[in-house]
Design a protein around this ligand. Structure first.
Ligand code: MRU
Length: 355
């Protein structure tokens, strides 16, 4: 079992520092919203659902500092904007922060006391966290049955407990499939430049006793050609209405390779990862990170000083390369444009009937 990586008590947010793994298990304690935004942009916490949960707790901390003050509404807006800007691609961050903000704003409009606002924000953030763990378990169980039996699964980046509230999305499917005796083992791509596959996915798999082999990103085609890979399973940071999917840089290449080798390419994501405002992948902003992440590692130069480098953190896989998208409501049927519209309409209607 990996240690609980996000905990929150009385306005103190405690995060496992993922930049230090696997060498050091170290926690940071955050007491203000700016530190929460900073932890997200520095990737102390990362993974779409996990940064959403952190953003929600970050906003709950902001509510503590501003509830009852005359500038409450504007302070809340500034805090929410700062959190949302911390990382632009994963829509779960904006989704979670907006959810907490809306909850608190509507209570404030009804004249609730500062204490009631603080409690409501804490409750909303905690429920986003608990709910995510539940969604991941359902994704895992739905996805397990889709994997071909007795083969290896390839995965990219880290989509496990560390990237979510717990259990994981793509790694949740792998966990459930291992429990069900469906898969032989896992090929984890190292995931340059920040090595989330080698550092984090391998750490989680090792702790669960799931057999795995780390490969460099450039080995993927070679291993697909051997016939040992039954499926490629990845997570998502934002899914557009037509099924185009933004995920860790390198995902698009794996999807094209999987198609060339006749291997199913499965995307796993909770419905909080779908962006009703994005018609297609062209509407998804791609985070550009510091090129030094490419030209050095752990403070050691890996390229000559003076060379320039590119560092898009995500790419967009066109929907036509995706075999299935597994959500907490099951696998979405083709064509995705229609099935995504169906689930998003259901969610809108059930939210409308509750209000
Ligand atoms: O830059 P990162 O490490 O936050 O990127 C994470 C990914 O791309 C994951 O695949 C995605 O967020 C899904 S996590 C369940």
């Amino acid at each position: 079992m990996t240690p609980a990586h996000i905990t929150y008590e009385n306005g103190v947010l405690r995060l496992l520092d993922q930049t230090k793994l696997p060498a050091t298990v170290e926690f940071v304690e955050l007491r203000d919203v700016k530190s929460a935004a900073n932890a997200i942009s520095r990737m102390i916490v990362r993974g779409a659902p996990a940064i959403g949960i952190t953003g929600a707790y970050g906003l709950a901390i902001a509510v503590r500092g501003s509830a009852g003050k005359p500038d409450f509404a504007s302070a809340l807006k500034t805090a929410a904007d700062g959190l949302i800007k911390a990382r632009p691609t994963a829509v779960n961050l904006a989704w979670a922060v907006t959810k907490v903000r809306e909850e608190v704003t509507s209570l404030a409009a009804s004249g609730a006391s500062p204490r009631a606002l603080i409690d409501a924000a804490d409750r909303a953030a905690r429920s986003i966290h608990d709910d995510d763990i539940d969604r991941c378990r359902r994704i895992g169980d739905f996805g397990s049955s889709l994997l071909p039996s007795g083969k290896d699964v390839m995965t990219h980046c880290n989509t496990g407990s560390l990237a979510t509230g717990g259990y994981g999305t793509a790694l949740g499917i792998i966990r459930s499939a291992w429990r069900d005796g469906r898969i032989r083992g896992v090929l984890a791509t190292e995931t340059r430049p920040l090595l989330q596959g080698a550092r984090l996915t391998a750490w989680e798999l090792l702790s669960d006793g799931i057999p795995h082999t780390i490969i460099t990103d450039s080995m993927a085609a070679h291993f697909m050609k051997t016939g040992a890979i039954g499926a490629v399973v990845v997570g998502a940071d934002r899914i557009a209405r037509n099924g185009d999917t933004a995920n860790k840089i390198g995902t698009y290449g794996l999807a094209v390779l999987a198609r060339a080798h006749g291997i199913p390419f499965i995307v796993a994501a909770p419905l909080s990862t779908f962006d009703p405002k994005a018609a297609s992948g062209g509407d998804i902003p791609i985070e550009q990170r510091d090129p030094h992440e490419v030209t050095s590692y752990a403070g050691v130069a890996t390229a000559p000083t003076g060379s320039s480098a590119a560092n898009p953190a995500f790419d967009v896989t066109p929907a036509e390369y995706i075999t299935t998208i597994v959500t907490e409501r099951g696998a979405l049927a083709l064509p995705f444009a229609q099935s995504i519209d169906g689930v998003l309409t259901e969610i809108r209607e059930s939210a409308g009937s509750r209000s």
